[in-house]
Design a protein around this ligand. Structure first.
Ligand code: ADP
Length: 516
């Protein structure tokens, strides 16, 4: 039936629509329930509910024992009065009271409201009607109390459930026989007072809990508001907007601490992003130069070279640039291998002086070409327990930098010898009279891809990887490196390396770190 089907479709659509509109609500409700504000309120309400119930029960207990104490005191007084007004002669109780004195008559009448008198065997002599309802004590119990010669206090309920405080014990008589006497006082008024108090308190409790809920929700909202503000501000931080800082609230509390940590994190991220960006620029620049040269050489070979000689020259030049390209790629690969722990060190005892002399020899020609005087001083027998390839790399990076950053007419001195204060350590020094490093850049020169950018260094090419590698080599050998530098005067790099395996070496003169 088309009509029926239409109605059914409509109903389905309606219910789908209703479902769609309830889903955001359901989601919102779930979000509220999962939210910190809700959870804080629940904890707050639970805590206060338990506290209020606890306080109520404590009050109840205190009130009851205070009221019972009052009754106990009155009972003690009545016990003393009863002994004064009660005389027993030949198993016959006589209540001595001046009948003309209404006060005395009233006292005796009150004493006789709840009482029991038996002989020492438990034989009943006299008792009040109320005591009957409390239950006469069994003879064995009476005999035990009389024999003990002491009085006892206990609580007992009558048939209708009313509680009584009973004091029982032995009383003397004129015939010298011991008798059992029990005197009681109702605790009904106390119980009623306590019940009334508790009834009102627990009636008020839901209202108090509701008030706690309300206050808890408001307070939790206020506590959570700054967190939401921080979250909102954090949402504004993106890869291209890392300079954004969340302002502190000035409360110097945990939240300000969180904001501080967050700001520091974005600063570190921003620093890393900047390093990566600079690195991409540097790498593309470094790769572009030899690539353009190779292209030029190949074009020469293809279009203009006519003789075999010209053809050969172009090829040789192109090959040199290919070699340059490979060395850049190699350096990058090596550093990433080193930093990811894939580079195994083959440590042996090395003649450090010989290695220094070899490296200095390799750099003599470039130094001479630049008009820089390069010399080496070694103390014979200076050894290091280290990996030969890495130590060569360390020397060559430091010496190559010194040559690069020392202008014509400058000098470079490499000194190798044992550390004067710690004989188990070798000391290497590479000092130049070059451009120096500004103090504000010193702390970053060992960072990956970091290069000092100023008028002196801008024209000098490099990737900013050499010193990162040096720092890695030094720390992989448990050594240390220090830099002293003054712009315009020169730099001095001091490296300490262990001269024997770690077990036979005294602690490093400097911690295994890089310091400037
Ligand atoms: P680069 O490839 O740029 O030389 P390095 O990691 O070897 O990279 O050095 C990092 C930066 O430290 C250099 O860009 C340079 O500014 C500075 N530097 C290193 N050695 C020296 C030196 N001997 N004299 C002056 N500046 C130096």
């Amino acid at each position: 039936m088309p009509d029926g089907a239409g109605a059914q479709n409509e109903a389905t659509n309606l219910s789908r629509g209703a479902l769609r509109s309830t889903i955001p609500w359901a989601r919102r409700a779930t979000n509220v329930v999962r939210g910190l504000r809700f959870r804080l309120t629940v904890s707050y309400v639970l805590f206060f509910s338990v506290l209020l119930v606890g306080i109520g029960l404590l009050f109840r207990q205190t009130l009851r024992s205070q009221l019972d104490d009052d009754v106990r005191v009155t009972l003690e007084e009545e016990w003393g009065a009863a002994k004064a007004y009660l005389r027993i002669e030949n198993k016959r109780p006589i209540w001595v009271a001046d009948s003309s004195d209404p006060e005395e008559a009233y006292i005796v009448e009150r004493l006789r409201r709840v009482y029991l008198l038996t002989d020492s065997t438990g034989y009943l002599l006299e008792h009040s009607e109320t005591y009957d309802s409390l239950g006469i004590d069994p003879p064995q119990e009476i005999q035990r109390i009389v024999k003990s010669g002491k009085t006892e206090l206990h609580e007992r309920r009558d048939k209708s459930g009313i509680p009584y405080l009973i004091k029982a014990g032995e009383v003397p008589s004129t015939d010298g026989e011991p008798y059992f006497f029990a005197l009681g006082r109702s605790l009904e008024a106390n119980e009623r007072t306590v019940d009334t108090f508790m009834g009102r308190y627990f009636l008020l409790l839901p209202a108090l809990i509701a008030l706690t809920c309300f206050l808890g929700w408001i307070l939790a909202g206020r506590a959570v508001r700054p967190v939401n503000q921080v979250a909102q501000a954090a949402e504004g931080v993106t890869g291209s907007n890392l300079s954004l800082r969340i302002p502190k609230r000035g409360a110097d509390d945990e939240l300000d601490h969180l904001i501080d940590s967050f700001n520091q994190m974005t600063e570190r991220l921003s620093h890393s992003f900047e390093q990566i960006r600079r690195f991409s620029t540097d790498v593309s620049h470094e790769l572009r130069t030899p690539l353009t040269a190779i292209r030029g050489q190949l074009e020469v070979a293809l279009f203009t070279a006519q003789t075999t000689e010209q053809f050969r020259d172009a090829m040789v030049n192109a090959l040199e640039d290919v070699e340059k390209l490979s060395s850049i790629v190699r350096a990058l690969l090596l550093l990433s291998q080193a930093e990811s722990g894939q580079l195994a060190l083959q440590k042996t005892s090395l003649d450090l002086g010989a290695i220094a002399e070899d490296v200095v020899d390799q750099f003599q020609i470039p130094a001479e070409e630049k008009g820089v005087e390069l010399s080496v001083t070694t103390l014979p027998g200076t050894s290091a327990f280290a990996d030969k390839t890495q130590v060569e790399r360390l020397f060559s990076n430091l010496v190559s930098n010194a040559v690069k950053y020392t202008p014509r007419g400058g000098t470079i001195q490499v000194r190798v010898g044992p550390d004067s204060a710690h004989q188990s350590w070798a000391r290497v020094e590479v000092a130049d009279t070059g451009v120096g490093i500004p103090a504000e850049n010193l702390s970053q020169i060992f960072d990956r891809f970091y290069r000092v950018r100023n008028a002196e260094t801008n024209l000098i090419q490099g990737l900013g990887l050499g010193l990162s590698f040096v720092a890695w080599i030094v720390s992989a050998h448990g050594g240390s490196i220090n830099v002293e530098s003054k712009p315009g005067e020169g730099s001095r790099f001091i490296v300490h390396l262990p001269s024997a395996p770690p077990a036979s070496v005294t602690p490093s003169p400097e911690p295994a770190t890089v310091t400037v």
